[in-house]
Design a protein around this ligand. Sequence first.
Ligand code: ASP
Length: 354
Amino acid sequence: MKKVFFITILFLKLNIFANEHVVYGSNPDLPTVAIFTTGGTISEKKDPKTGLLVPADIINFIKTIPNITDIAHLKIIQFSNIDSSQMTPNIWFELSQSVDKVLKDRKIAGAVIVHGTDTMSEGAFFLDITLKTDKPVVFTGAMRAASDPYPDGPFNVYNAVCQVCSKNALNWGVTVTLNQYINSARDVEKINTTNPQAFTSGEKGYLGYIFNNKVFRINNRLYRQKFSLSKNLPKVDLYTDYSGARPEILRYIVDSGAEGIVIESLGSGNVNAELYDVIQYAIKKGVIIVITSIVPQGGVFPIYGTKGGGQTLEKLGVIFSNFVRGDKARILLMIAMSNVGKDIEKLSDIFKNP
Ligand code: ASP
């Protein structure tokens, strides 16, 4: 029995690295960069029969990036090969653990995470608040597929590797770096469905810019929170408000077992009177409610006093997310609750900082 247990553990350990490939550049003095590939458009190719994009060999995609082994040794780890619409917090949990494990190796300078762009900002933020390592970790991907005549993916990975190797790009936490721009995982949002300039940090500003293998520091902004990683992630849902919103939908989320709900409310933090009643009901049931906004910039503030206005919600005991946007607030609430449970004061403190 003991033997079977031992062999299973050994297999599991090996299995994590089963797809590992190591590529050495010609110069042994170059830094080593770990590249975790998870999938996404970046390595996808058009199926000649259907004309539709499908996953292709992602390891080969990395190996064929022009000049990449001139700047670093690469340790390529195929973590998964999926479209990021299939990503889940549980998968990011595994990714976070694997990245920390690999970056314990003193010879490795940092990691590049190749990820689909659809949920990249959420995944990057999940790792930003859960990774133990202080080494640079850079998420990148592409808006155009590997089979596109003008793909953006190879240059994005090349620049991400440059960033990991640069002394000018330290202490930024996890970043999302595409189209030469470096964004902090906390602030970044995808703002375009098809254009290579798809990511921005809005009013918070880019952290930096990469040109000719050099990192230019634009912004020293660094607000990072750290939590321990727990496998028991609570059920936290995201609800988007709109004019004339039907209260039954939010009520359904409450009754279906949500432990926390992030509400992308209107304007600076307001909902209609019917939603107010459901929020009151949710709070009585012990559901944690965090208020964010559907508006892409600016924070949420409890300044309106009619039923459903921000101040009336505050009186019910909701948490205002400050400047954290809905998708990130959901990740933050989930991880925070897995650390401090439903302690409303501690949860409010976590959302106090912009
Ligand atoms: N649907 C793709 C994904 O998120 C889009 C991309 O990678 O840009 O995986």
